[in-house]
Each structure stands twice: as structure tokens, then as C-alpha cells.
Write a protein that binds this ligand. Sequence first.
Ligand SMILES: [Zn+2]
Length: 102
Amino acid sequence: MEERLRIKLIVDRNAVKRHIFLPSNIEVWTVVGDECDYLVNEKPLFCTCKDFYYLCLIKKRKRMCYHLKALSLAKRKGKYTTYYFNDEELNLFIKLIFSNLK
Ligand SMILES: [Zn+2]
């Protein structure tokens, strides 16, 4: 699938999610992928997918994977869902994302 269309589909199906942990206000963003959820971050750029590690960090062939492009588009359009959690849940949340990575 063409990358631009893929990014648009991710945003259109509300697969970009913002998780706010309170009371610290820590913001964690995820993108729902085909097989698992990915942690994404804009500053600094970071994604837990293989493309980001291999193509962006190691090979330096591109700056962003399509999850990061979807994050950027979703923020521009204001098209994402926000979920609220307690700070005590942050550790488990991150743990679950990493243990479900494909
Ligand atoms: Zn990615």
C-alpha cells in the first residue's frame, strides 16, 4: 500500500492515541499497528517498530517511519483519542506495550 494512503488510514480509523498519566501529566502516544501497538514520540523522534530502528537509526534512509508520520498528521488534524490514567499505571502500561511488540 502506498505510504501516504497507509498514514491517512491510520489517522482516519483513530489509531493514534494519547495517554495522559495523572497527576504528573506525562503524555504517552501510541499508534495501533496491524499486529501490535507502538510507542511513538516526536521530540526526540522515537518509535518502537523495526522500521524506525533499521531504516531510520541504523541505515539512515529516512527520518520517520509511517507511525511517526501518522502521529504528526493526527496532531495536525487533532484526530486522536485521549485516555486518562493514574501515574501508578504508567510502569505497567509501558511494560505491556513492550511485551506485546511483534
Ligand atoms: Zn514506527
